[in-house]
Design a binder for this molecule. Structure first.
Ligand code: UD2
Length: 320
């Protein structure tokens, strides 16, 4: 698979949002494959320290995906694009829909259009299970009804619609990855709205109580970051055009999460129970069949393995 990417003439992959949590791991994978990587990031949530800036095949360009002239310049010589740059907080999208739409719709269309104009070979972008809203079917397949509950979900759905339109109108093929709940090293736990696993791990290290919203019986399809980075690299080398769920298809409840973390940490955390969050989804699990059939990807890291990898990585940066 990745051979295709390697043998493509002068492969240069542009990764928008490449200094972020998912982006920087994808950058590492590509550099390991001897591919040239250009990162465009406004460093709002991404960090320089996530990247090996001394690497001879890596360039970092600082800027905004909505800046047409900048994106046009950055696209020069690029053969493949991974578009990850986004305003990622669902809550922020509810508080300020125009600002979120500006990043997530205008930014998306600008990168998509510029890539099409530049004749890039492959366009991979991050969509989200947020497009399903409160899932009508469990697990959600790519053909399940879409009913986003937030501007963020609607923005991702609009991205998918634009990508499909560019396929029909201009013959510009792309693949949108509907990411389920991604966790792993470098996920910033500082916002109360960042992923539950990043928050729980930090609190366990600090021996603070975990905050549990609702009964804890809500389930999510947690997928390890390394598997997501591998999926993105595989998607770059595939010629599939359309949408693909990225998850493991295994529902894990928050109570199971707490048990697993307690085992790894070696102590039972105190749990502070708070009412369920408004609009919280009870069960969110995707059907990963298409991921397997079209990309040949089966996320390899089990939930417990992934938690252990995260725990060990956190140990390296957190004094015990
Ligand atoms: C994820 C995405 C969100 C959107 C949504 C679509 C993340 C961080 N968020 O939200 O952007 O795509 O999916 O469905 O990936 N919880 C606690 N304690 C905490 C933090 C969270 O109990 O300290 C609960 C939370 O109420 C929810 C579950 O944990 O029931 C998962 O929360 P989350 O914020 O990690 O992810 P989710 O699925 O709500």
């Amino acid at each position: 698979m990745t051979e295709m990417l390697k043998t493509s003439q002068t492969p240069t992959v542009l990764i928008t949002g490449g200094a972020g949590f998912i982006g920087s791991h994808t950058v590492e994978r590509l550099l390991e494959l001897d591919i040239r990587v250009r990162v465009l990031d406004n460093l709002s949530t991404g960090k320089r320290s996530n990247l090996d800036l001394d690497h001879p095949r890596l360039e970092l360009m600082e800027g905004d995906v909505r800046d047409r002239a900048l994106v046009k310049g950055v696209m020069a010589g690029v053969s493949h694009v991974v578009h990850l740059a986004a305003q990622v907080f669902t809550t922020a999208s509810v508080e300020d829909p125009p600002a979120s739409a500006s990043h997530n719709i205008m930014g998306f269309v600008n990168v998509l259009h510029t890539a099409k104009e530049a004749g890039v070979k492959r366009f991979v972008y991050a969509s989200s299970v947020a497009v399903y809203g409160n899932p009508a079917e469990i697990p959600s397949t790519e053909d399940s009804p879409l009913a986003p509950l937030s501007p963020y979900g609607l923005e991702k759905r609009t991205n998918e619609d634009y990508a499909a339109l560019y396929g029909g109108l201009f013959g510009f093929a792309s693949i949108g990855l509907r990411l389920s709940n991604v966790y792993g090293p470098r996920q910033d736990p500082s916002s109360p709205y960042s992923g539950v696993i990043s928050q729980f791990v930090r609190k366990l290290w600090e021996r603070q109580p975990l905050t549990l919203y609702g009964s804890g019986e809500q389930t999510r399809d947690f997928v390890y970051l390394g598997d997501v980075a591998n999926t993105i690299v595989t998607a770059l080398a595939s010629d599939y055009h359309g949408i693909c769920n990225v998850g493991r298809g295994e529902p894990i409840s928050l109570l199971q999460l707490i048990d697993a973390l307690a085992e790894i940490a070696g102590h039972r955390p105190e749990v502070l129970r708070l009412p369920r969050r408004a609009g919280d989804i009870l069960h969110s699990v995707v059907d990963p069949s298409r991921l397997r059939k079209t990309l040949g990807v089966v996320p390899a890291i089990s939930f417990k393995e992934g938690l252990r990898l995260l725990w060990n990585a956190t140990a390296q940066v957190t004094p015990g």
